[in-house]
Design a binder for this molecule. Structure first.
Ligand SMILES: Nc1nc2c(ncn2[C@@H]2O[C@H](COP(=O)(O)OP(=O)(O)OP(=O)(O)O)[C@@H](O)[C@H]2O)c(=O)[nH]1
Ligand SMILES: [Mg+2]
Length: 691
């Protein structure tokens, strides 16, 4: 029997690294009796950080799912990573959730990745709640965090609770709906009167809650303004609608490790968050008819399900974790993968809790499940009924930000490495790899240094291959600043059939981002028409290989304006070679230069470390573009060349005593200062001579 759809809640937990998402999920599972003991991140015993690399590093690397039951409801809790290199996987969790819990740290408030995941949640228009966690820590402050939330996140953000006590004295919460206190005593949470010193502020915050609820409903607002108050049932109904639709974002207080605020969060999820039935039908594309189609969240509708996570294991094989949107998926059945026009056999089905599966016979709309050994299916694919094909929106992952070359430690391991990378890329869409024929190196690209290091460790542990990481390769590009007109001529006419191609090329720069433009300006048949594409191909191939330092040439306009040919000896190949020779010459005459990627960098650090952080960014050729004080933390925005950011991780750690954070993403390309460019060119020559 599939679950009752109205009683399912799919909730993703998102937030900055280390704010307590995994601990909170663990606390919820424990409170529902889903585990016999409360796991701890620091002991490596939580349900959702089960991967050995997660246990070793005490951070989440992957989105993971666990389920529990509360008040007759099925809660699917989706725990996502918050650390910068891994936070992209939060998109996968949010893609299949019907609501999000945004967790923030009660000391640090809104951080770099908080804003990032907030935007992700906006992309999927998810209703959400904010939990201010770790309120038992020294220097934690609910009200300061509240200020940072209201200032930095867009939306109608209002407290649903107030904390009782602070720091190590944090003992419970005031529930502003019931106007009661929930206090922790002797390891249990007890219902109590609101403590005297909080009654006034509880009243005033409840008033704010009422206002927020009223403002989302015109009739109610009119009544509120006229009468100065609204009845409790009306206010609660309006608040519920406002939370479910995302118009109001409630803020809660918690300590995951002490179990404070956990019960109220469970109640909120059940009572206030939407079920898959509330979310209703989904829209996708019929790949055969190429038309939009809809599917109702009905167990009898044709099947549609989205795979949002792939886990591979050399022993167990491949596991695909998915959410059903319509219809019923049955064990031992056949389905289509409409995203790849493939058929898949479904064997056993299960509910997933961390790494543990519970077998089930069928899964209905809104349910999250796991299936083993699908052949062709990857993350983001839609599984559906063969007779009713549909492709639902997939999941977009960012392009990798950094590349390293890797080298096998023992000879003959190349094949093993490539198999391992293929498998790992299946479970991690932000991991890319390719072979660079120019340097004969295997390049592994990821979201940051830590990401690539984790990949290397995993390769050793799971696939038994040991590799070393070479310094990362910056994706420089080449272009010109000046103009040149040159002849490119290739002539070999000694004995037998010869080779003859002769071109005159004009080489000019295009605006940044202009790419490549080829202009055919041949008049009077100086070069026969059929050889013009050969000239273009010669130019393009040469640009791809690079001229100055082996990096691709961009933002270039090449005009073919004259040339000559030979009736017998001219050929496609001869013109390709001639054009390539011409371009190499013209490029070097037209003031060539190197371009480097510049990153948008956001650093958050304690105010007292800000001076040092800015000085350090300046030293990295960075341009500071903004600085915002935010409580005890300062947010610094800068543009910094990628090549200067490779060692940032450890520097920031030492400048801030581990309490800073940063994120970066690609911004644009800029010219490399000539002294540095010379070094890159020289390094390329050394590299080339080696091969
Ligand atoms: N004092 C205190 N510590 C907490 C609380 N919640 C979590 N922690 C600790 O904070 C650290 C990080 O907790 P996690 O649950 O791993 O945080 P996370 O948000 O899942 O981290 P990532 O998944 O890596 O982004 C661990 O050492 C937890 O024990 C809390 O409420 N109070
Ligand atoms: Mg975690």
């Amino acid at each position: 029997m599939a679950l009752d759809i109205g009683r399912i809640r799919n909730v993703a937990f998102v937030g900055h690294g280390g704010v307590g998402k995994t601990s909170l999920v663990e606390a919820l599972l424990f409170a529902c009796g889903a585990g016999s003991r409360l796991g701890r991140v620091d002991d490596g015993t939580t349900t959702t950080d089960f991967d050995p690399d997660e246990i070793k590093r005490k951070i989440s690397l992957n989105t993971a799912v666990a389920f529990c039951d509360h008040q007759g409801h099925r809660l699917n809790l989706i725990d996502t990573p918050g650390y910068g290199d891994f936070v992209a996987d939060a998109r996968a969790g949010l893609r299949v959730a019907d609501a999000a819990v945004v967790v923030v740290d009660g000391v640090a408030g809104v951080q770099v990745q908080t804003e990032r995941v907030w935007k992700f949640a906006n992309d999927y228009s998810l209703p959400r709640a904010i939990v201010v966690n770790r309120l038992d820590r020294e220097r934690a402050d609910f009200y300061r965090t509240l200020e940072s939330l209201q200032k930095r996140l867009k939306g109608r953000l209002v407290p649903l609770q107030l904390p009782i006590g602070s720091e190590s004295g944090f003992a419970g919460v005031v529930d502003l709906i019931a106007m009661r206190a929930l206090v922790s005593a002797d390891g249990r949470i007890k219902d109590a009167e609101i403590p005297g010193e909080l009654t006034e502020s509880a009243k005033s915050y409840r008033e704010k809650l009422t206002e927020a609820a009223a403002e989302t409903d015109d009739d109610l607002l009119a009544k509120y303004l006229e009468e100065g108050s609204i009845g409790e049932p009306e206010m609660l109904a309006a608040l519920r609608r406002a939370i479910t639709s995302g118009a109001v974002v409630p803020i809660l207080a918690s300590s995951a490790t002490r179990g404070i605020g956990v019960g109220p969060l469970l109640d909120l999820i059940v009572k206030e968050f939407p079920s898959p039935a509330d979310v209703g039908e989904v829209e996708g594309t019929d790949p055969r008819a190429k038309a939009a189609v809809k599917r109702a969240a009905d167990p009898k509708a044709p099947l549609s399900a989205v795979v949002f996570k792939t886990i591979t294991d050399p022993h167990v094989g491949k596991l695909s974790v998915f959410r059903v949107y319509s219809g019923t998926l049955r064990a031992d059945s056949q389905v289509a993968n409409a995203s790849r026009d493939a058929r898949e056999r479904i064997g056993h089905l299960g509910w997933l809790s961390g790494k543990t599966q519970k077998h089930v016979e069928a899964l209905g709309p809104g349910e999250i499940g796991v299936v083993a050994k699908l052949k062709d299916t990857l993350t983001g694919d839609t599984l559906c009924d063969d007779a009713h094909p549909i492709v639902l929106p997939g999941i977009s992952f960012p392009e990798p930000a950094i590349s390293f070359a890797i080298q096998p430690k023992s000879r003959g391991d190349e094949d093993k490495i490539s198999t391992a990378l293929h498998r790992m890329a299946e479970e991690d869409p932000t991991l890319h790899h390719h072979y660079d024929p120019e340097t004969k190196q295997l390049l592994v690209s990821g979201m940051g240094q830590l990401h690539v290091e984790v990949v290397v460790e995993r390769m050793k542990r799971k696939y038994n291959v040991d590799v070393s990481l070479l310094p990362p390769r910056i994706p420089y590009k080449e272009t010109v600043k000046g103009r040149a007109e040159v002849q490119g001529k290739y002539k070999k006419q000694t004995g037998g059939r010869g080779q003859y191609g002769d071109t005159w090329l004009r080489v000019e720069p295009l605006a940044r981002g202009g790419g490549f433009e080829f202009v055919d300006d041949i008049f009077g048949g100086a070069i026969p028409r059929n050889f013009i594409p050969s000239v273009e191909k010669g130019v393009r191939d040469c640009m791809k290989r690079g001229i100055l330092a082996g990096y691709p040439v961009v933002d270039l306009k090449v005009t073919l304006y004259d040339g000559s040919y030979h009736d017998v000896d001219s050929s496609d190949m001869a013109f390709q070679i001639a054009a390539s020779m011409g371009l190499q010459k013209g490029f070097m005459e037209a003031k060539p230069c190197l371009l480097e990627p510049v990153m948008n960098v956001e650093v958050s650090a304690a105010a007292e470390a800000a001076g040092e952080v800015i000085g350090d960014l300046n030293g990295r050729r960075g341009r500071i573009v903004g600085m915002e004080p935010d409580g005890e933390v300062v947010l610094v925005r800068a543009q910094v060349p990628m090549s200067e950011m490779l060692t940032y991780e450890s520097s920031l750690r030492s400048m801030t005593g581990g309490r800073g954070g940063y994120s970066m993403e690609f911004s644009h390309y800029e010219e490399v200062p000539s002294q540095l460019a010379e070094k890159v060119v020289a390094a390329h020559r050394v590299e080339k001579d080696k091969h």
